[in-house]
Design a binder for this molecule. Structure first.
Ligand SMILES: Nc1ncnc2c1ncn2[C@@H]1O[C@H](COP(=O)(O)OP(=O)(O)OP(=O)(O)O)[C@@H](O)[C@H]1O
Ligand SMILES: [Mg+2]
Length: 229
């Protein structure tokens, strides 16, 4: 069976210059992500959750083991090909939203289209941005800059930006980390709506029990190992 994404027996260690090798952060981890799955990853601070997400998202490479996106082994791809997959198949939501302060919300969510030359695609994406901003309750504010919006609104805009190129896989690192209870609940239901409407698979790293339990499967990362929670 081909999974949307898969990591097989990955090991990742960080060694600091001049220091002895440390115990691996990820120690022989395998994870299969079927299309349209929703997965939560929980675990203590420093257990390697972001490291695993970055490897899944082709932003980082494991020391050993294999990563596949749609059956393609990433080790066989060069940097341009990896960037292509990252831009077209994967959407990221980082813990800090990284919206650009000088751009409006609409301009921010359209940023991933910068490398896209095709005018038809660009105008379709502008329409899509409008729909997604509507769905996330941001339509009225699409011409404001991030400084004129709440943290929850910026975080929702970051989700729209991650989805603008219609990725198959959404990776979100603590998407409710900086939100209050009410906004966290909004984000949780937004992710569930998007999963249904966009036919998305998502892997969400979270400390929130509510968000974790809203996902179909939950794993815990601890002492380098991943286990079903
Ligand atoms: N570039 C790096 N160089 C050296 N060590 C690193 C580097 N990045 C992460 N680490 C170490 O690897 C471990 C895992 O880090 P990671 O960021 O994946 O943890 P995390 O589970 O996401 O934690 P948190 O919940 O605090 O975000 C930590 O001990 C961290 O200090
Ligand atoms: Mg982290």
């Amino acid at each position: 069976m081909t999974y949307l994404a898969e990591v097989r027996n990955i090991i990742k260690s960080y060694s600091l210059p001049g220091q002895a090798p440390v115990t691996p952060v990820l120690n022989d981890i395998s994870l299969e992500i079927p299309a349209n799955a929703s997965i939560a990853i929980i675990g203590p601070s420093g257990s390697g959750k972001t490291t695993l997400l970055n490897i899944l998202g082709t932003l980082d490479k494991p020391g050993s083991g294999e990563v596949f996106i749609e059956g393609e082994p990433l080790a066989s791809l060069d940097d341009d090909q990896l960037a292509g997959i990252r831009n077209s198949r994967i959407g990221f939501v980082f813990q800090l939203h990284y919206l650009l302060p000088q751009l409006t919300l609409l301009e921010n969510v359209l940023l991933p289209l910068l490398p896209v030359k095709d005018r038809l695609k660009r105008s379709a994406a502008t329409g899509r941005a409008g729909q997604l901003l509507e769905l996330t309750g941001l339509a009225e504010k699409s011409h404001r800059r991030p400084g004129e919006l709440s943290t929850g609104e910026c975080q929702r805009a970051a989700v729209v930006r991650a989805l603008i190129n219609q990725p198959a896989l959404l990776l979100a690192d603590e998407p409710t980390g900086s939100l209050d209870t009410e906004n966290a609940a909004l984000m949780t239901s937004l992710l569930n709506t998007l999963k249904k409407e966009e036919n998305l698979a998502m892997v969400v790293v979270t400390h929130s029990p509510e968000l974790a339990s809203a996902m179909e499967t939950c794993y815990r990362l601890r002492s380098g190992k991943l286990e079903k929670a």
